[in-house]
Design a protein around this ligand. Sequence first.
Ligand code: SF4
Ligand code: SF4
Length: 99
Amino acid sequence: MAKEPQKTFEQNMEAMSKLTPAQMQAQIKELDKICVCGKCPTYVGTGEKKLTFCAIGKSAVIKKDKGCLCPTCPVQKNLALRWDRYCLKGSGMQQSVMK
Ligand code: SF4
Ligand code: SF4
């Protein structure tokens, strides 16, 4: 059977935008389990507790860039994200409209 072509980030967001707020929360909770921010030098020691900045947007706490592990994260691949440093630069959605 032919493999379904990988969806673009924009198509994934379109699908996510149809979720109810409760479904969205549940989805983000699932992504939190996979997110590798917790091991990132930019994250460690900042006191930040949130994760999955590619979905929720910038951290209010993280200010200093010490590198980014997002390119190694399965969420990046699963959602076809194309950016990095979401904690500093904003969510995938936000970065997709920035030039
Ligand atoms: S892509 Fe980055 S921000 Fe998003 S879940 Fe993975 S490590 Fe966290
Ligand atoms: S978004 Fe990237 S830079 Fe920020 S904490 Fe996560 S892995 Fe590190």
